[in-house]
Design a protein around this ligand. Sequence first.
Ligand code: CA
Length: 369
Amino acid sequence: MERVKRRDFIKKAGLAGGAALLAGCASPQETPAPAVQTRKQYAWKMVTTWPPHYPILGEAANHIAKWTEEMSGGQLKIQVYGGGELIPPLEGFDAVSAGTAEMCHGAAYYWAGKARATQFFASVPFGMNAQQMNAWIASGGGLALWEELYAPFDLLPMPAGNTGVQMGGWFNREINAMSDFHGLKMRMPGLGGKVISKAGGAAVLSAGAEIFTNLERGVIDATEWIGPFHDFTMGFYKAAKYYYYPGWHEPGTVLELLINKSAYHSLPKNLQEIVRAAAARANAWVLSEFEAKNNAYLQTLTKDHHVALKRFPDQVLKTLRQYAVEVVDEVVASDAMSKKVFASFDAFRNKMNGWAEVSEKIYYLNLSA
Ligand code: CA
């Protein structure tokens, strides 16, 4: 009886416990191995294209780091660096490709100089809105193409936020016809900026910190930024009379978590899935924050600051859309991967439009009736 109990005890205590019981017989050098092996710890760096702790965008990067650390029980720690803190804000693609940092939170259109097709994974003028972009990426073949585009750079992309529909921008002259764009100096990056140039304006690139001063001093005549919440914090209502909608140039800009692919594959499977879960949570959180805050700050701008809210005339939007098609055609004609990505994007959008016609479009049209 006594012997059976002792054997059971050794079995329950496991090999190390058993070894400890028998320590009296072992030589001092044979220190027993710990029952649980210490888990390997990972310390990663994340750079961002945003100013440090920038509302919603920079906060999302901070959240991804926090959620990853908490979900992994501290096994994967990520130190976040705002734009300029570790590297200049728009050098994240190269830095993560080279492994200087393991991650970058930003938006894919910043990397158009590296691969032109990146733009289709951020925003296309008159392209898809947030939920349509999510549907294309997650369920319409978009993610596989995105991964294919980034593989030669040893990078792995995943969606990690969306701004929702942006605003059309701040102007000091009314836009009643296309001729009002002639000679207009407007801050607008990316494919949208090329559309402004086609319309006879001059697309100007200004870093975020310079836009207000440039607008106030007349260095630029107009600017787009994001939407009511961020535009309010930038103070544009003090320097421009008219706030136009809709943001035809950015109908649902996708934010991106860029990861060094080799570093990702060096993680155990559970940590890989934790990174994906944190990115997916950020993808939902960012859009929710934008929707809630834009709604509140649109009221503040129009009611408290008497901003003149204006809609682009239909004819203007129609012409801008034609120019946007030409701009995209030019990109597609000059780059094989852009052609492949846009074929998928365009086919998905066309099908999506058929569904939107009978679902949300008709719903919104009757919402205020
Ligand atoms: Ca914008």
